[in-house]
Design a protein around this ligand. Structure first.
Ligand code: ISJ
Length: 393
């Protein structure tokens, strides 16, 4: 009988973060932190995951865990692992001060934007035109992203990036997930997402979509003005409402009760303001696994658009790169189906000396191309700060 080893919990978040090694899985949310190592089994979907978890025992009699990442493309294989060892620990969100200082990565980087900034604004213009041509009846929203490829002189030190991300925003969903490699070297998705796709515990389900964004301002008064303007903007509120509507629709068949507040709230990360809505529900069947709910929700219009299929087609046609696991989801689920999945944003896909940073934004009929470009630049700052890199455009 395969046995998942549950080691003694870490006493502090630093202990878990410091013990991270390439190919590990690390996930830290407000509800706790988790570091996993090794693979008893792997799965590419809900069916073979149930199979992979069946018969796995744990040291402490708790339900065994599976961890991993879902790609943006719904038809591409998911990457789930039943780890050999699991260590839990406290969240960075509740850590006592002082917070460890940021450790910049040594060396310099060559930056290649994909596409060039001017081509991103042209892509936004094109999407706006597509929405206008459809008379507003067809494509209502599409999320367009760009990639910033950084190449350094040495292997990217994921453990340091991870720790920098975790302490820059201790309430974020900070993660490092091993990905199927393109060669023998480890490939990792590392990031600090502010957005919860779904959390499920027993009968309770929670999704916290974010959409509608503005960069933070260093001056506190102007920063508050930006939040007020975001909350008052019909364009941003509409962009947000499209996402909440889709989340409610996706969860409704699974829930016997579902609540979504009428008004979004502005929330912050270290670099951004977002409009946020917490959708809470009670499941009809408490055994519905969290990864099944994640699949039902994904991709929300926060990362794809509306209607989904039309937006997806526009993204594949316009974006000049493969999103891979960016705008997918990262998280864990246990054999009882309880788990948490964060939307894989504010993240990077790294292998060897290269790190691909991604950022996107929702394009609406009244989007302004330069403002959309600025929004992606502001979102890229989460990773750039963690790497210790000054902002290219
Ligand atoms: C796609 C990203 O972010 C998403 C898009 C947002 C928006 O358009 O306002 C806000 C949060 C995320 O749901 C990203 O950060 O790359």
């Amino acid at each position: 009988m395969p046995r998942q080893r549950v080691v003694d919990p870490a006493a502090a978040p630093t202990e878990l973060l410091d013990s991270y090694r390439p190919r590990d899985f690390l996930f830290c949310s407000a509800s706790g932190a988790l570091r996993c190592r090794g693979a008893l089994a792997t799965a590419t979907g809900a069916d073979d995951l149930a199979e992979a978890l069946r018969g796995v025992e744990t040291d402490n009699g708790r339900a065994p865990l599976a961890v991993g990442a879902l790609p943006f493309d719904r038809d591409a294989p998911v990457h789930l692992v039943v780890p050999e060892t699991v260590q839990h620990g406290p969240s960075t969100a509740h850590a006592a001060a002082p917070v460890p200082a940021r450790r910049p990565l040594p060396g310099t980087w060559t930056a290649t934007p994909i596409p060039a900034p001017a081509d991103h604004t042209a892509a936004v213009e094109r999407a706006v035109k597509l929405m206008a041509d459809g008379g507003g009846a067809e494509l209502r929203k599409v999320v367009l992203a760009r990639c910033l490829r950084l190449t350094g002189q040495r292997e990217v030190d994921v453990a340091t990036v991870l720790a920098n991300l975790a302490w820059a925003d201790p309430t974020a969903f900070t993660f490092a997930a091993d990905l199927p490699g393109r060669d023998a070297r480890p490939r990792t998705l590392v990031g600090a997402s502010p957005e919860l796709l779904v959390a499920k515990r027993g009968r309770s389900v929670l999704s916290n979509p974010l959409a509608g964004s503005a960069p933070r301002h260093p001056d506190p008064a102007r920063d508050r003005e930006r939040a007020a303007a975001l909350l008052a903007s019909p364009k941003e509120r509409h962009e947000h409402a499209v996402v909440v509507e889709a989340v409610v629709e996706a969860l409704r068949p699974h829930c016997r009760r579902l609540d979504a507040p009428r008004e979004p709230r502005p929330v912050t990360t270290a670099t951004m303001w977002h409009l946020s809505t917490r959708v809470t529900g009670e499941l009809r069947d408490p055994h519905t696994p969290s990864h099944v709910l994640a699949r039902a929700l994904h991709p929300t219009p926060a990362v794809c658009g509306h209607p989904t299929d039309r937006a997806y087609a526009v993204i594949t046609e316009i974006e000049p790169f493969d999103r891979g696991f960016y705008t997918g989801a990262v998280g864990y689920t246990d054999a009882a189906g309880d788990g948490e999945w964060a939307v894989a944003i504010r993240c990077a896909d790294t292998c060897g000396t290269t790190i691909d940073l991604f950022a996107g934004g929702g394009i609406m009929p009244d989007s302004e191309p330069e403002a959309e470009l600025a929004e992606t630049s502001a979102k890229l700052r989460t990773l750039l700060l963690a790497l210790g890199v000054d902002q290219p455009r």
